[in-house]
Ligand binder design. Structure first.
Ligand SMILES: Cc1cc2nc3c(=O)[nH]c(=O)nc-3n(C[C@H](O)[C@H](O)[C@H](O)COP(=O)(O)OP(=O)(O)OC[C@H]3O[C@@H](n4cnc5c(N)ncnc54)[C@H](O)[C@@H]3O)c2cc1C
Length: 391
């Protein structure tokens, strides 16, 4: 996309965020269900649609803007300035990552049936991988949900949890084991499964500290749920490889969105300390406050730099496992530090609903756990580094 065109998309995005997303977000303390759930999603997405910024990442054949990763970064960050902004632009997790995955892997009628309605915002979806112990979590090889071959397709049985957006999703991208035993790497397959499939039940919401993601984080039980051969996404036994197609970019788009939220926390805190007097001076002129302001600037700038490096590698067609791991791990920790310092700078107001900083700190914290906990990324990075050094 031309630079001027991208600037225009950015300006229109900021206007939707300022005019529609932020007021609703602040009125309901970033709690999407309190704001109206599905009704709020429609309202927010109508505003983005009217402004021509719905699905900036989606393929143009279905009405998206087709932005690459580098182009997405400023637009997604602007959307992330409100906790409801990503939902407005249809770039919230998990739909955003699912659009990316489907665009790269879905074929034939799968694109019309699953990708098109997701890009237009007609439906929501979920990505169903994590399982209770002893199943898949940080270690995907522990995958225990089983798909058994039957005439014309597969039947899936197992239990998943922490499935974002499951309540109200139109379909699930489900990872199940088609060969091998739990603990064995490989043998996973991705299936496209309508939520109406007999044998799929959303059994409960797992109540977590964050509240801005629509459809909750749910437990989903599969009991002999049938999926036809036509709805295998990618190849049989190749699910882990395809999940990587989704995970690298999805990690970076999380960084983009949370960058926007952390920037808002910093802006609110700077505004507060510049206007509050104590001990005969503005808080903003006290050294320890200045240090927090400066450290936040450093964390925000460093996150943007690492993000752009990873985005450039992804746009060049690289898997960018190293770059995305580094950027994700740094961002999840740095942006949490930014939000936490913002809380501190605002004093009592910092933990209240009077300012947006408490809710941002609450929403950012889980990012250190999903899309790979920090420890797993460090573990993988260290192993890769040592392997390269001892080759
Ligand atoms: C808000 C939220 C939304 C989510 N949405 C989805 C979703 O939509 N779909 C989905 O499939 N899943 C989702 N998840 C699940 C998420 O992907 C998992 O929580 C994550 O992969 C960690 O798995 P686990 O919870 O089983 O933790 P465990 O695997 O039990 O790990 C616990 C902790 O052990 C440590 N650890 C693990 N491995 C290592 C290691 N190699 N070295 C050192 N320490 C280690 C880490 O500190 C880790 O946090 C979501 C989770 C959250 C919190």
């Amino acid at each position: 996309m031309e630079r001027t065109e991208l600037d225009d998309v950015l300006a229109r995005t900021k206007k939707v965020i300022d005019d529609v997303a932020l007021p609703l977000d602040d009125q309901h303390d970033g709690d999407i269900e309190a704001a109206g759930g599905e009704q709020a999603r429609q309202l927010l997405q109508d505003a983005a649609r009217q402004s021509g910024v719905l699905s900036p990442h989606g393929p143009t054949e279905f009405g998206g803007l087709g932005l690459n990763m580098v182009e997405r970064a400023p637009v997604f960050e602007a959307a992330g300035y409100s906790l409801f902004g990503p939902l407005a632009l249809n770039i919230a997790a998990p739909d955003e990552g699912n659009v990316h995955l489907l665009d790269h892997v879905a074929v034939g009628s799968q694109r019309e049936r699953f990708l098109r309605p997701l890009v237009t915002g007609a439906v929501r979806s979920a990505f169903s991988m994590t399982e209770p112990s002893p199943g898949a979590g940080s270690d995907p090889a522990a995958l225990a949900t089983r798909a058994t071959k039957v005439d014309g397709g597969w039947v899936v049985s197992g239990r998943k949890w922490f499935i974002t957006g499951a309540d109200g999703a139109d379909f699930f991208i489900t990872m199940a084991r088609t060969s091998g035993e739990p603990g064995v790497a490989g043998g996973a397959t991705l299936f496209l499964m309508p939520a109406s499939t007999e044998g799929i039940e959303v059994t409960r919401h797992i109540h977590t500290q964050d509240r801005a993601m629509i459809g909750g984080h749910c437990e989903v039980v599969y009991t002999d749920a049938f999926v036809s051969d036509d709805d295998v996404l990618g190849g049989v036994d190749e699910g882990f490889a395809y999940a990587q197609v989704r995970l690298g970019p999805a990690r970076m788009t999380h960084v983009m969105r949370w960058l926007g939220a952390a920037q808002r926390a910093q802006d609110a805190a700077v505004n507060h300390v510049a206007g509050r007097e104590a001990f005969g001076t503005r808080l903003a002129d006290l050294g320890m406050i200045q240090q927090m302001i400066a450290d936040n600037e450093i964390d925000l700038a460093a996150t943007r730099a690492l993000l752009m490096e990873a985005c450039r590698a992804l746009d060049a067609g690289d898997r960018a496992a190293r770059e995305t791991s580094i950027a994700k791990t740094f961002a999840a920790e740095a942006l949490h530090r930014v939000a936490d310092r913002a809380v501190q700078m605002c004093g009592g107001l910092g933990i209240s609903t009077e300012l947006p900083v408490a809710k941002i700190a609450r929403e950012i914290r889980p990012f250190r756990i999903y899309d790979g906990p920090s420890e797993v990324h460090r573990w993988a990075l260290a192993r890769r580094t040592v392997k390269a050094a001892t080759r």
